[in-house]
Write a protein that binds this ligand. Sequence first.
Ligand SMILES: Cc1cc2nc3c(=O)[nH]c(=O)nc-3n(C[C@H](O)[C@H](O)[C@H](O)COP(=O)(O)O)c2cc1C
Length: 187
Amino acid sequence: MKKKIVVAITGASGAIYADLLLKKLNQLKDQIAEVAIVMSDNAKDVWRFELDNEDYNKHSYKFYAKNDFMAPFASGSAKFDTMVIVPCSMGTLGRIASGVSDDLICRAADVILKERRKLILVARDTPFNLIHIRNMETVTEAGGIICPAIPSYYSKPKTIEELALTVVNRIIDLIGLEHESYRWSSE
Ligand SMILES: Cc1cc2nc3c(=O)[nH]c(=O)nc-3n(C[C@H](O)[C@H](O)[C@H](O)COP(=O)(O)O)c2cc1C
């Protein structure tokens, strides 16, 4: 079955993860039925600041406004399989953990959890306070997956992009898409 995926982008540091994920999903489009995007206002600010562009407008997927509760994935009946929040701010994490569905991102996450589908939060901050950790516990207990924006080094990445891809490739694995990626082998 081809995947129906919501990509939500929030105002944590790490816009590069969202950019690379959207590019990689485009490369894997034969496995995907639909990708829908929603961004918070803060996400747009952070993207412009960190990447010095507005290329989120250049991705070919359908964009939904942050308060568009008429979006298909605001209802479980639209049967989106997976939602990735990348990067996921502590504010958005907290609203999801509290069941506050006051914008499309939090409503869609609420829907994915109630429908027992896959919610992947690429949470980003450092250090974490106890509220963040408890919110991650709550979302995990509700069925969500915390996939923190923590890169790995054992593939010996040479550029910032290669380093960021160590996170993005794990997200692609979690979505359940087949793709080429570094795979650890001690041999
Ligand atoms: C440059 C920049 C970097 C930020 N990085 C983070 C971060 O890594 N994690 C985080 O939780 N918030 C971060 N913030 C703060 C969030 O943008 C802020 O809490 C905002 O309310 C999040 O809103 P949203 O979840 O609706 O996008 C950052 C803000 C700016 C301007």
